[in-house]
Design a binder for this molecule. Structure first.
Ligand code: SF4
Ligand code: SF4
Length: 301
């Protein structure tokens, strides 16, 4: 089961170049007992999106940090090092850690969106002259999958409903938009700083650490949040993720998505200027002291 949402389609890709529409019909069925049962989960290459992680870590009763450590591996989504995470598999073969030979998927109700979509690939794109992204679908044909030979026809739309992907798409869509926007904005936005990548990582993947960040001493001194809104994003992972997307749009692309506390920006700039001035004075004092060093022995005498 390969996940090609973030790759260009190579020449020998299992993804068929034909674009499927929501009302396009295709043949497919998958059920326990099919001859290839579990074959796809033994070749798992699953990129996780933010809502996938929330569903899985809550199902497993883990914090996001524990989940990331135990069940994921990091990779880079683009040449600038935008962080991504994939599901961890066994070391020798790429067998998903959630697969059970007898039962199949042991996290079935909370399986990631890439697993739900298979053998359809969700592709997001954005034209340079348009703000919003478009979602397309393509067919994935891999030799091990016998589901294509089954005698059942359904539309992409029916399949999406059957697999419960709509909720996942809705909650992951801003994540895909952020990635596309970064990719298509090119050099005008430039390489994001390590700090903005850290923020991208904790908002999208490490929900519990993001809550700690929101509760840090300075956050509400800068961002204007009503108490009820703050309580909600503290309590609810999904609401916190939605807020995080707004914060990333503001920090990465300068969109005014969250109001700032009046004068907070000016005060921060003043505080930074004060720090800079103090540092320059310290450096100047240090270099004066160094200049005097060669003469000190004479002064002591
Ligand atoms: S999460 Fe479930 S469906 Fe997805 S690869 Fe693992 S075992 Fe298969
Ligand atoms: S039919 Fe395809 S998706 Fe279903 S178990 Fe077989 S390989 Fe996996």
């Amino acid at each position: 089961m390969s996940d090609n949402r973030f790759k260009d389609i190579p020449f020998n890709s299992p993804i068929q170049p034909t674009q499927l529409e929501l009302d396009t019909k295709f043949r497919f069925n998958c059920y326990p007992g099919i001859s290839c049962f579990n074959a796809c989960c033994k070749q798992a290459d699953i990129t996780l999106a933010p809502y996938d992680i929330i569903r899985l870590k809550n199902r497993l009763g883990m914090t996001s940090g524990e989940f990331l450590k135990k069940h994921t591996v990091p990779f880079e989504l683009d040449s600038h090092g935008m962080p991504g995470v994939k599901m961890r598999t066994t070391d020798v073969d790429p067998v998903c850690l959630f697969m059970d030979e007898e039962k199949g998927c042991t996290v079935y109700d909370d399986r990631p969106s890439a697993c739900r979509y298979y053998p359809i690939a969700l592709m997001s794109s954005r034209r340079s002259d348009e703000y919003h992204d478009e979602q397309h679908y393509a067919h994935v044909f891999e030799d091990h999958c016998m589901g294509h030979n089954e005698d059942r026809e359904l539309t992409v739309s029916e399949y999406r409903k059957e697999q419960g992907v709509e909720e996942f798409d809705e909650l992951n869509r801003s994540f895909y938009q952020l990635i596309l926007k970064k990719k298509s904005s090119g050099p005008s936005v430039g390489k994001p700083s390590p700090t903005s990548f850290q923020l991208f990582f904790i908002v999208n993947y490490d929900s519990d650490r993001f809550r700690e960040f929101l509760n840090s001493a300075n956050f509400r001194k800068v961002y204007e949040l009503r108490d009820e809104e703050f309580a909600l994003i503290n309590k609810d992972d999904v609401e916190r993720l939605k807020f995080g997307y707004r914060l990333l749009k503001q920090v990465l692309f300068g969109e005014n998505t969250i109001p700032l506390v009046e004068n907070a920006y000016a005060e921060r700039m003043q505080a930074r200027a004060d720090i800079l001035k103090a540092r320059q004075e310290a450096e100047a004092a240090y270099s004066r002291a160094k200049d005097q060093e060669p003469f000190e022995k004479y002064i002591e005498d």
